[in-house]
Design a protein around this ligand. Sequence first.
Ligand code: AMP
Ligand code: ZN
Length: 113
Amino acid sequence: MDCLFCKIAAGEIPSAKVYEDEKVYAFRDIEPQAPVHILIIPKVHIKSANEINDENCAIVGHIFSVAAKIAAQEGIAEDGYRIVNNCGEGGGQTVGHLHFHMLGGRALAWPPG
Ligand code: AMP
Ligand code: ZN
C-alpha cells in the first residue's frame, strides 16, 4: 500500500522516532507548529477517524496511554498540551493514515483555526 505513514512506521522512510511498541509509532512532525509537535500513529493502516469501529477502537485508548508517557518524557505533562486529530479534507487531514498530533511547549490558543 502506498501510504507515507505506513512506510514511516515500517522504517522504510526515515523519521525522528520518539516512541515505538508493537502497535504504535510516534515521531516528530517534519513541520513543527509548536516546540513539541509529535505524531502518534497506529502501525495498522486506518485511513481516518471515520474508520474507527468496535473492532479496532482499542488502539485509540492505547494511543492515549502512550501519549501520556510521551508528554512526561518531553516535559510537557505539567504545563499541558493538546492532542488533535484532523479528519478528512474539511478537517485539515492531509495524510490518509490515522494520526494524533501532540502539540506543546507553548501556550495554545482556542479555538484552533
Ligand atoms: P494532517 O494535516 O493532520 O494530515 O497532518 C499531517 C502532518 O504530517 C503534518 O503536520 C505534516 O507536517 C506531517 N508530515 C508530513 N510528512 C511528514 C514526514 N515525512 N515526517 C514527519 N511528518 C510529516
Ligand atoms: Zn497507512
